[in-house]
Ligand binder design. Sequence first.
Ligand SMILES: *[C@@H]1O[C@H](CO)[C@@H](O)[C@H](O)[C@H]1NC(C)=O
Ligand SMILES: *[C@@H]1O[C@H](CO)[C@@H](O)[C@H](O)[C@H]1NC(C)=O
Ligand SMILES: *[C@@H]1O[C@H](CO)[C@@H](O)[C@H](O)[C@H]1NC(C)=O
Ligand SMILES: *[C@@H]1O[C@H](CO)[C@@H](O)[C@H](O)[C@H]1NC(C)=O
Length: 512
Amino acid sequence: MAGRRLATTLTLLAAAFLAAAGAAAGSKPSAKFELIHREQAPWDEVARMDQERTAFISSHARRRRATEAAAGAKPKARAKATPPADEAFAMPLSSGAYTGTGQYFVRFRVGTPARPFLLVADTGSDLTWVKCRRRRHDAPAPGYSAPASNGSSSSSSSLAPAASSHARVFRPDRSRTWAPISCSSDTCTASLPFSLAACPTPGSPCAYDYRYKDGSAARGTVGTDSATIALSSSSARPAGKKRRQAQAKLQGVVLGCTTSYDGESFLASDGVLSLGYSNVSFASRAAARFGGRFSYCLVDHLAPRNATSYLTFGPNPAVSSASETACGGSGSGSAAPGARQTPLLLDRRMRPFYAVAVNGVSVDGELLRIPRRVWDVEKGGGAILDSGTSLTVLVSPAYRAVVAALSRKLAGLPRVAMDPFDYCYNWTSPSTGEDLAVAVPELALHFAGSARLQPPPKSYVIDAAPGVKCIGLQEGDWPGVSVIGNIMQQEHLWEFDLKNRRLRFKRSRCMQ
Ligand SMILES: *[C@@H]1O[C@H](CO)[C@@H](O)[C@H](O)[C@H]1NC(C)=O
Ligand SMILES: *[C@@H]1O[C@H](CO)[C@@H](O)[C@H](O)[C@H]1NC(C)=O
Ligand SMILES: *[C@@H]1O[C@H](CO)[C@@H](O)[C@H](O)[C@H]1NC(C)=O
Ligand SMILES: *[C@@H]1O[C@H](CO)[C@@H](O)[C@H](O)[C@H]1NC(C)=O
């Protein structure tokens, strides 16, 4: 890809820049927010991180295909019948744009007494972790080097003193419900793929060194603790219309206590909430108790921090029909009016990622010629939905077909160069100085089951600079996995029905 360039700075400022751009162009009402003023376009960095994440996802799938080819795919333990079928809980979710990241943050309370944390909502993670400080005299866990305690700040991060400068740090010794997991336990040896092999004594803590393929990492020890949740009965109200809910504790949540990390992508948040499909992830844990499903609505990625939507566990009547949940969800589930549904491919080889079956892509109603193998996991392709990737990454054959079709329709506009994008346009009218009223071609992703995703134009022809819009897609290597990122998912409600293996979605402003 011509424009791809590996930036060296680790600062993620994409959304902040975009916010500034949007405000300057006066293009959208949503542009009125707190801005973090920066000089430089950060898209390079977002693109780099998305690319590396995609490369990781593809190599992960290849590795799993190789190692688990013969393994009899034992179906995952089904969610047990939950007490009241309509019971749900929700956590506030918002765009991290105000911090300059391309992530979405969720507010999560853990420990006893409960402490609030702001975590990255990540469907590509299986470990939930929070920045953590242990008692000073604690011996470091085996297998990882203790963070520098002298507070020297190397430019490439290394946390630890984050504890002192950072208001929100988890203190396991101050939580009555924290229980360490030992390195000899089944959870550590079998369920935590990222745990370290070192186990000097059976009772030593289970240590991890979790590598994110954008170059960041988190190290610490694993335990369990209780998450405090706001319970609601969802049946009568749409998601989010919940006031003064009952509080409850979700016990035995696997939680990493991260005492050091690398990568500035974690500077703005307190850790990661794992929404991946894995038996230790928070999503699987919470979904098993609440209707076997979770859903989220992603506000416009440039929305201000107070524009809050929800991450909901349990049925969400806005996307799945209430009748199905009322009878215990034994059927295959059905979509509420206006919602689409497609099979959720909980393929062992793709775990913890959520794969979907793409049948095709169309531009202005015309189906593009893209080889079917591009969407086929068996043939080295496939597509996943990922809340932790910002820009959608399409493998070369798909990317080229899509940008060719989109750019053909935009050919009347003057092209401008702007890394990391291949197609950018000067959207400023020479006569008025305002944004041109140019119709953006309609992009649609067609999923199995006749489920069509028609994102708003701003989700794929994005504001990249004042008066400049770019086709906001990235080219991924083929063979490889295509990733539907969070910008493409914005302003939609997404339900991951793990129990019935369905993905449901519906257009929504996500404002309650
Ligand atoms: C102090 O920090 C530096 C850089 O992180 C490290 O190399 C050194 O070993 C640390 N010294 C002590 C006493 O922890
Ligand atoms: C979690 O899954 C792994 C394999 O993916 C399995 O070995 C382990 O026993 C499972 N653990 C639990 C608690 O179900
Ligand atoms: C967010 O805050 C701004 C100013 O503080 C206010 O004008 C706006 O209405 C708020 N938006 C929401 C969704 O609460
Ligand atoms: C876009 O076009 C306008 C009007 O012709 C011009 O003033 C502006 O400099 C152009 N912007 C870029 C980035 O080329």
